[in-house]
Ligand binder design. Structure first.
Ligand code: SAH
Length: 222
């Protein structure tokens, strides 16, 4: 079975993706644009071939280097939250990982910048983006806690690894009217998904659900 081709067959087929989207709907995802993009974006392209048959389970999966591709529900939920105030024109993602989340974003917003600290993961993510013909994702190998200053400010920022406290640089790179969605907390599972909105007066904070992410780490590595 060729599981690496874009359309997929069997456990990686369109029918399997349709079922995943039904599950996301049952779990409370309401944004139809997000659901449609999840229905038509192959997730199996973003995991190793040996893992492809599990790509449409609603779970996080290992992608090597101790990292994971996020659970589809979390990808959908964070994307939905980011889009709540309207379509942001430029998004920064911190933690490219497999590249799946940035692929989803790239089909919903004009421009996506994404930063990853592990070079080997970033190379694979870029290959997957190329394979899907995504031309509006721009990526960089670096520690994303510092954001990506030359392209700032961002109308939206999504962080897909959890710091203990919000990195100040990221808040600084958020445009007025922009929003950042970020898991904050410890590795022991006591993380909360937070939404920060920059208004003309300052920063507003809102706490969403409990989540479980890999930690945001310092420095870039090969
Ligand atoms: N959005 C990813 C989720 C990957 S898990 C996906 O769709 O697959 C989180 C990723 O954040 C990991 O790849 C990890 O290496 C990366 N990461 C952790 N700390 C980081 C930092 N300071 N800067 C950039 N990336 C970081």
């Amino acid at each position: 079975m060729i599981t690496n081709d874009i359309q997929g067959i069997g456990m990686t087929s369109q029918r399997t993706r349709d079922r995943l989207v039904e599950r996301l709907r049952e779990k409370g995802i309401r944004n139809e644009y997000v659901l449609e993009v999840m229905r038509t974006t192959p997730r199996h392209i973003f995991v190793d071939e040996a893992m492809a048959h599990r790509a449409y389970e609603d779970t996080a999966l290992p992608i090597g280097h101790g990292q994971t591709i996020s659970q589809p529900y979390i990808v959908a939920r964070m994307t939905e939250i980011l889009l709540e105030g309207g379509i942001p024109d430029v998004v920064l993602e911190v933690g490219t990982g497999s590249g799946y989340q940035s692929a989803i974003l790239s089909r919903l917003v004009p421009k996506v910048y994404t930063v990853e600290r592990i070079s080997a993961l970033l190379q694979k993510a870029r290959d997957a983006h190329r394979k899907l013909g995504l031309l509006n994702v721009f990526s960089k190998h670096s520690d994303g806690s510092w954001g990506w200053q030359p392209n700032a400010p961002y109308t939206a920022i999504m962080v897909t690894a959890a710091p203990r406290a919000v990195p100040p640089s990221l808040l600084e790179q958020l445009a007025v009217g922009g929003r950042m969605v970020i898991p904050v907390g410890n590795l022991d599972g006591a993380q909360e998904l937070k939404v920060y909105t920059r208004t003309a007066e300052g920063i507003e904070e809102c706490t969403m659900e409990h989540v479980h992410f890999v930690p945001l780490l310092d420095g870039a590595v090969r």
